[in-house]
Design a protein around this ligand. Structure first.
Ligand code: ADP
Ligand code: MG
Length: 321
């Protein structure tokens, strides 16, 4: 099968490449054309995933397609953007139709969940790697950046943390993956759901936001630095899923603090929005607050400063960049 037949069969003909809102021209020409409503800005992000660095190889191509798109779209969620379109640069060692079929189906599944359309890409031969660029839109000036946190804001996360890091020994076959808790963690690793609706709701409310990909402490460090504030985290407030507690045992908290691959939003919120957050997003949790100062501090159950754990549960996450 030649390059053009491959593109046509697996990508141009895929359900996610069909006509979509905001896409004036999709796959097939030298460029795709995106249409933005007046007063909106384009949010753009690119992520590369390299076999053996960002995901284990071999792995199930359907799961890889889902995950590759999910981690990219998560950046749109973090800015408060609404997805429009994505491109896919795919480098393949060989043309295997069963692999391409599974990969394209996984991609299409996640694209449907995120309401995002495939509008172009590139296909080359070489060691397996994927580069996805995502495009989203938001009202001009309303993007959630990392730089707006202020002393007095609450520090919140969009749900349980550590599931991705807790899943790694299962993903790598180092730990038995039987049972419902293992299924849950593997699902969180292979098909994280970008928190798009939460991100859009936070526009005009949160003062800073990002998606947790490198580990809570490291990513909170990015908000602290960009906002020139200190972030104080109460260790015992960090939400852990029952599955993570069951599978990771005593390592669960360290997975949540220092592991990566969560793709939950972390954000700072002025306290006046807390009641609305609780009503609308019951799974969101306050884990600390912003103070004058710099850096990230971790407190134990008694409110004493403690030494943060070092990242150590990450073989294939974003730390491999
Ligand atoms: P060009 O040589 O002009 O860059 P290509 O021959 O590489 O164009 O690609 C032809 C069309 O197919 C373009 O619209 C391109 O965006 C699209 N395309 C190529 N590879 C992929 C892919 N992996 N997924 C989606 N679209 C692709
Ligand atoms: Mg090309």
């Amino acid at each position: 099968m030649g390059e053009f037949e491959l593109i046509r069969r697996y990508f141009a003909a895929a359900p996610c490449a069909q006509a979509a809102a905001g896409v004036a021209l999709g796959i097939g020409d030298d460029c795709a054309l995106l249409q933005l409503p007046p007063g909106q800005q384009l949010a753009v992000s690119t992520d590369s995933l390299v076999a053996g660095v960002h995901f284990p190889q071999p792995c199930d191509p359907f799961l890889l397609g889902q995950r590759a798109l999910a981690v990219s779209v998560s950046d749109l969620a973090a800015m408060g953007a609404e997805p429009i379109a994505f491109t896919l640069a795919l480098t393949l060692p060989e043309v295997r139709e069963d692999w391409l079929d599974g990969f394209a189906r996984g991609l299409a599944r996640m694209a449907r969940d995120c309401a995002i359309a495939l509008v172009g890409g590139d296909t080359t031969r070489g060691p397996l790697s994927l580069t996805l660029s995502v495009f989203g839109r938001l009202p001009a000036g309303q993007a959630l950046t990392r730089g707006g946190a202020r002393p007095g804001d609450l520090l919140c996360v969009g749900g349980s943390l550590g599931d991705g890091a807790g899943a790694l020994p299962l993903v790598l076959g180092e730990q038995s993956s039987a049972g419902e808790h293992a299924d849950y963690l593997l699902q969180r690793y292979w098909a994280p759901q970008p928190q798009l609706a939460l991100g859009q709701w936070l526009r005009g409310r949160a003062t800073a936001a990002l998606d947790v990909s490198d580990g809570l402490l490291a990513d909170c460090g990015h908000i602290a630095a960009a906002s020139a504030v200190a972030l104080q985290i109460e260790r015992d407030a960090v939400p852990l899923s029952p599955a993570l507690r069951a599978i990771a045992g005593v390592r669960a908290t360290d997975c949540a603090l220092a592991g990566g691959d969560d793709y939950r939003l972390a954000f700072t919120l002025p306290p006046e929005h807390l009641a609305a957050l609780r009503a609308q997003w019951p799974e969101a949790v306050v884990i600390g607050r912003a103070l004058a100062g710099q850096g990230v501090r971790l407190l134990d159950g008694q409110g004493c400063l403690i030494e943060p754990p070092r990242a150590g549960y990450q073989h294939f996450g974003s730390n491999g960049d």
